[in-house]
Write a protein that binds this ligand. Structure first.
Ligand code: HEC
Length: 156
């Protein structure tokens, strides 16, 4: 008995394996999460009742007219629009309260500063990039911005 193996053929058989994947769904209580993410502090304007009067009740209301001289609006515009650059120095903006950064600028006089702020000046976008601000808003905001570094003329 003879076996002639003239040809050996190899065949590869691929077996497909089907894997069933069960997706696990994590049940999360979204209300709980939202509560934990609630803002810790909120901006509070001088003209608003922010529910924490006890914090400021100790301060003499008449003591600080230089700081409060009608600039609550200016502070809020500054915080909302200007602080992005003028609190950080972004784009080379002079930082509020830094005398060195402002010295040469305040020499120009308040009217020039105001007009640069309204119309734009190099990296300073007109009205801080917010065209909905009125010239009066800008006057208030510039007053708030420069009052730590110059005597703002009392022309209103
Ligand atoms: C996108 C950034 C940016 C924002 C927002 C911005 N500023 Fe400026 N601001 C600048 C830069 C940059 C300069 C410096 C420009 C220069 O001297 O070349 C400048 C300069 C100024 C100056 C000085 C101008 C001068 O003559 O030296 C005033 C005043 C000023 N900004 C007011 C404001 C007020 C008010 C707001 C908000 C309403 C505001 N800026 C928002 C970038 C910004």
């Amino acid at each position: 008995m003879r076996v002639d193996a003239k040809l050996i053929k190899s065949g590869l058989v691929a077996l497909g394996v089907l894997a069933g994947v069960a997706g696990a769904q994590a049940a999360m209580n979204k209300d709980d999460i939202a509560e934990r993410l609630a803002p810790v502090g909120e901006v509070c304007l001088a003209s608003e009742d922010c529910g924490n009067a006890s914090a400021s009740a100790a301060t003499d209301a008449s003591a600080d007219s230089a700081d409060s001289g009608g600039s609550a609006g200016g502070e809020s515009i500054y915080n909302n629009v200007c602080s992005a650059c003028h609190e950080t120095g972004a784009a080379g903006a002079p930082i509020r309260g830094e005398e060195d950064a402002w010295a040469a600028r305040t020499d120009q006089g308040f009217d020039t500063l105001l007009s640069h702020a309204i119309n734009g000046y190099n990296g300073m976008p007109a009205k801080g990039g917010n065209p909905s601000l009125s010239d009066d808003d800008m006057h208030t905001a510039v007053t708030y911005m420069v009052e730590p570094v110059m005597d703002v003329p009392d022309d209103e």
